[in-house]
Ligand binder design. Structure first.
Ligand SMILES: O=P(O)(O)OC[C@H]1O[C@](O)(CO)[C@@H](O)[C@@H]1O
Length: 391
């Protein structure tokens, strides 16, 4: 991507800005939430306190010498960020490293009794087990008699609006959903998406997941539909290798979502069985590439991931964080073409995203004017607007 002066990389060092608020308020709130999630011992509580002090008043500290991923983080720029304020390095880097340090503080990486214990699991399970999930699964019965294109559209929108299920965002977004006088969908390239996945095509779909629970379930339903209707011959679901951004999906969350579907009454159980057999016979594969938790834009993706995305008929990136990484987490003018901002991507790519941070591209001047007239700049960050963009 050309180093364009008019699209600076986002930092968190402007007091009052959305990124600054995430570092200064949301991260401390997440540390408090994690502290209460499990009966962590004195050592873990001390480590959480130290992280709280470091990320609010201190500087970025290096990983311990024996950290298994120390070399990887050096490749990801740790030597240029450690020793500096969390607010003065790229926001994306700061956020990503915060979750790496948070997991280390509770002993997630081990060795020890807390190795592999997901500090966000109670919150994710509560969201998956919520009565709203029952209602959403029951609504699937109403899709059975619809013609395929309508069922496809309903499931695509289920996956899109499912991106509301961002538990980190919810910590600081009370009441956001009531507002939004301007159009909720600010860009819609869904017809182009369907044209890339016609029925009967030997297509390979790659879906890069975002949140677990009530977002992951509709993502899985969309995959099941595309496989069952022959719009995709095979699918790869990318999840996170470790817990991330509070509610991002891991393989354990995929299994929880599958259990939820298979245990549900009606059409939902059928989708659950389809997905189970697709996993068993290889039509659906789950991958957890380390780069999924990298503090870097997709432009910096490693060769094996680039090759996988290049070979895919379509790569669907879910959510706000993936969108930020897709367009370099830069403050592009909103009317900058999505195709130009993603020109480096090795294959056809679609973004399904709720707007929960300032980054945006590919808006028409008319839509931008309407949004600004109705909501100032609130539309960028309050999670009430969405986009489907395809290149
Ligand atoms: O779950 P999503 O859609 O990637 O959203 C992640 C949220 O976290 C943020 O990184 C802010 O912490 C924003 O990108 C967004 O508000």
């Amino acid at each position: 991507m050309p180093d364009t002066p008019f699209a600076p990389v986002i930092l968190g060092n402007v007091p009052g800005s959305f990124p600054h608020g995430v570092l200064a308020e949301r991260h401390p709130a997440i540390i408090r939430q994690v502290r209460e999630a499990f009966p962590y011992g004195p050592a873990q509580r001390r480590a959480l306190d130290e992280l709280l002090e470091s990320c609010t008043e201190g500087t970025i500290e290096p990983l311990p010498a024996d950290a298994p991923d120390r070399e990887r983080w050096l490749d990801w720029g740790a030597d240029t960020c450690t020793g500096r304020s969390w607010y003065d390095v790229p926001w994306l880097w700061s956020e990503s490293y915060f979750y790496r340090r948070l997991l280390a503080a509770v002993g997630y990486f081990g060795p020890g009794a807390w190795q592999g214990i997901d500090p966000f699991r109670p919150a994710k399970r509560a969201e998956l087990d919520a009565p709203e999930t029952d209602r959403e699964l029951a609504a699937l019965d109403g899709l059975r008699d619809l013609p395929e294109p309508e069922r496809g559209r309903a499931l695509l929108h289920g996956s899109l609006w499912g991106n509301r299920a961002d538990l980190g965002f919810r910590l600081s977004a009370e009441g956001a959903e009531e507002r939004a006088p301007a159009p909720a969908l600010v860009a819609d390239d869904s017809e182009r998406l369907w044209s890339l996945l016609p029925p009967g095509s030997d297509a390979t779909l790659v879906l890069v997941a975002d949140n677990a629970g009530r977002e992951l379930v509709p993502d899985l339903l969309l995959i099941a539909h595309l496989l069952a209707e022959g719009r995709a011959a095979r699918a790869v679901l990318h999840v996170k290798p470790y817990p991330y951004y509070v509610s991002d999906a891991t393989t354990a969350d995929v299994l929880d979502a599958l259990d939820r579907l298979r245990a549900a009454p009606g059409a939902a159980a059928g989708y659950g069985r389809q997905l189970w057999s697709a996993l068993a016979d290889g039509r659906l594969a789950v991958r957890a590439h380390p780069f999924s938790c990298a503090p870097l834009p997709y432009e910096r993706m490693p060769g094996d991931l680039r090759a996988e995305f290049a070979a895919a008929t379509l790569t669907v990136l879910k959510g706000d964080l993936n969108y930020r990484r897709l367009v370099g987490d830069r403050m592009w003018p909103p009317t900058t073409s999505f195709a130009a901002a993603t020109a480096y991507f090795p294959g056809p790519v679609a973004a399904l995203r709720m707007l929960k941070s300032e980054v945006i591209t590919g808006l028409s001047a008319g839509i931008e004017a309407e949004l600004v007239a109705a909501e100032g700049q609130r539309w960028r960050t309050d999670g009430t607007h969405a986009l489907i963009q395809v290149r």
